[in-house]
Write a protein that binds this ligand. Structure first.
Ligand code: CA
Length: 234
């Protein structure tokens, strides 16, 4: 399910530009050209995040935000044309999640959108980060490119065998979730695997020798009696 971003912006050129960039990133887009329409659409429940310009006809952005916050905690990123600290403070005090000062680099806005969605713990936020990100798994400095079958730590390539790779992939896909040995066994070796049941422990040991020992980190956590887990704070 894609994440829907509502753009409230009266300047058509900017609105159109934002729309194209967001569509390109895999978001769905709704648009409103004035404050009143923006407030209505933000309250409709159809959008997951609002990019809200401050200088708007009908209702200005701060007023839209103030009214919106009475009954909605939808993430809001304010756009302000005036580079004034007061605007920013007013925006954040009014319940905005973040703000951008115009003119801004689109990459920065996209990054902030991702960050705000992530902070809000939006699960749809993950799906909306477009197909591109589905193939990129990471925790801390550890990165996995599933499509290219590559793993690196801090930019340094790590050579893994097929099963080590598959094991690491399952753990990364289920970040912060403890996965039992049985589940790992099934996912990595197949449900009809008939060999040694401690094979997962063996692969974890191999992975640790290639990651933890080399880079002096502790990536894979052992949860006694249950299984293994890769946690975000690493
Ligand atoms: Ca404007």
């Amino acid at each position: 399910m894609a994440v829907t971003v509502l753009i409230v912006e009266d300047e058509e050129k900017i609105g159109r530009f934002l729309e194209l960039e967001l569509l390109h990133e895999g978001y769905e887009v709704m648009k409103a050209a004035d404050g009143r329409e923006g407030l209505e659409k933000a309250q409709s429940g159809k959008a997951d995040l609002v990019v809200l310009d401050v200088m708007l006809p009908e209702l200005n952005g701060f007023e839209v935000l103030r009214r919106l916050r009475k009954n909605s905690d939808i993430p809001v990123i304010m756009l302000t044309a005036r580079d004034e600290v007061m605007d920013k403070v007013a925006g954040l005090d009014g319940g905005a999640d973040d703000y951008m000062t115009k003119p801004f680099a689109i990459e920065e806005l996209l990054a902030r959108i991702r960050l705000v969605l992530k902070k809000r713990g939006s699960s749809v936020g993950m799906a909306g980060a477009a197909g591109r990100d589905k193939n990129q798994l990471s925790v801390g400095k550890l990165c996995m490119d599933v499509q290219r079958y590559e793993v690196s730590y801090d930019g340094k390539q790590v050579e893994l065998t097929h099963r080590e790779f598959e094991l690491l992939k399952v753990l990364l896909e289920n970040k912060n979730i403890v996965i039992s040995r049985d589940t790992l066994l099934e996912k990595v070796c197949g449900y009809d695997y008939m060999g040694e049941t401690n094979i997962i422990d063996v692969y974890v040991r191999y992975l640790r020798s290639k990651l933890d020992d080399v880079f002096q980190v502790k990536i894979i956590q052992t949860v006694r009696g249950v299984g293994y887990c890769i946690k975000d704070e690493n």
